[in-house]
Design a protein around this ligand. Structure first.
Ligand code: SF4
Length: 308
């Protein structure tokens, strides 16, 4: 039965046979989404396509299906496999505090030998530090595409950038591999150099990904830019209506230069799991990476199962 929470989220319970979904990507691996829907409600969320398959008519960010599943039967099956927690939701939305689905998954996979990748915009993951430390290979990634809290709060309902960065530091200091995922890069708004300088001592990897406006949210974002950043309207028109790639090409060159200037490895290829030299994170170029994925491009975060 559905109920509405005090913050007006429509919540219901659903049962699923298997919480682990095999990825259809060539690199293999699994994805786990403890919830359907995501109350972070980002305006640019590529995962909002999920609504089509789940029968939800409510606006993205205002509903949440809490999954129930039978305990993972043979966790050893996932030994050496890459398991992404949160490819079309965020495992650490505020409601996780109450439902603890993500924590349940961690407990069930504890001795499996799986490589974990957690993608979040929250600091609730700190709650699970001790549990995470029991995994041999685990990476926690935070999406940070601005240091400007006003722009951030225009775009999502997740915790502040300051809280994300402070969580990243705590997790990094506890010995867990961290990623600063600078995504989506908004032309003329996201300053990746500035973000890099803030995070370089507290992450192993910096991933860069352009804003892709092919989703149903394109119009909303274009209208937002027109109203709040009118001086960028022409730039957005040329990139998103005329297909001009020169802006992101030039950002790629700047990223490569940033890597050189800071003595950081730079790559657009998958690398084996490993930690970076402190203060010198590996910079990974995922610009226009969704096109490489082709028909697999069903969610913005799929590519993140490529452990750099
Ligand atoms: S982009 Fe991520 S955090 Fe934001 S609503 Fe989508 S799944 Fe949630």
């Amino acid at each position: 039965m559905a109920e509405t929470s005090k913050d007006n989220i429509l919540i219901r319970d659903i049962h699923t046979k298997n919480i682990m979904t095999k990825s259809t990507l060539p690199v293999g691996g699994y994805s786990v989404n403890p919830y359907v829907g995501c109350t972070h409600g980002c305006k640019y969320c590529y995962a909002s396509f999920m609504k089509r398959f789940t029968g939800h008519k409510e606006p993205w960010g205002t509903f949440l299906d809490v999954k129930h599943w039978q305990e993972i039967k043979n966790p050893q099956k996932y030994r050496g496999q890459r398991v992404v927690i949160g490819s079309v939701t965020d495992g650490y939305i505020p409601q996780e505090e109450q439902f603890q689905n993500t924590r349940r998954i961690l407990k069930q996979l504890k001795n499996s030998g799986a490589e974990l990748l957690i993608c979040t915009k929250s600091d609730l993951v700190i709650r699970d530090i001790e549990l995470l430390k029991e995994f041999e290979k685990v990476t926690v990634s935070w999406s940070v595409n601005t240091l400007n809290e006003d722009f951030r709060s225009d775009m999502d309902n997740a915790v502040s950038i300051e809280r994300r960065l402070s969580a990243m530091k705590k997790i990094y200091d506890s010995g867990i591999r961290t990623v600063c995922f600078i995504s989506p890069i908004f032309p003329g708004i996201t300053d990746f150099n500035e973000i890099f300088q803030r995070v370089k001592k507290q992450c192993d990897l910096v991933w860069l990904e352009n804003l892709n406006l092919r989703g149903s949210f394109k119009q909303e974002i274009m209208t937002y830019i027109k109203e709040k950043y009118p001086h960028l309207t022409d730039l957005y028109n040329s990139i998103y209506n005329k297909g001009d790639r020169s802006y992101f090409k030039s950002l790629e060159m700047q990223a490569e230069q940033l890597a050189k200037d800071n003595n950081c490895p730079y790559t657009d290829n998958e690398l084996p799991y490993g930690r970076a030299k402190p203060g010198h994170p590996i910079i990974v170029n995922y610009f226009y990476h969704e096109e490489v994925r082709g028909s697999e491009n069903t969610g913005k975060r799929n590519h993140k199962i490529n452990f750099p």
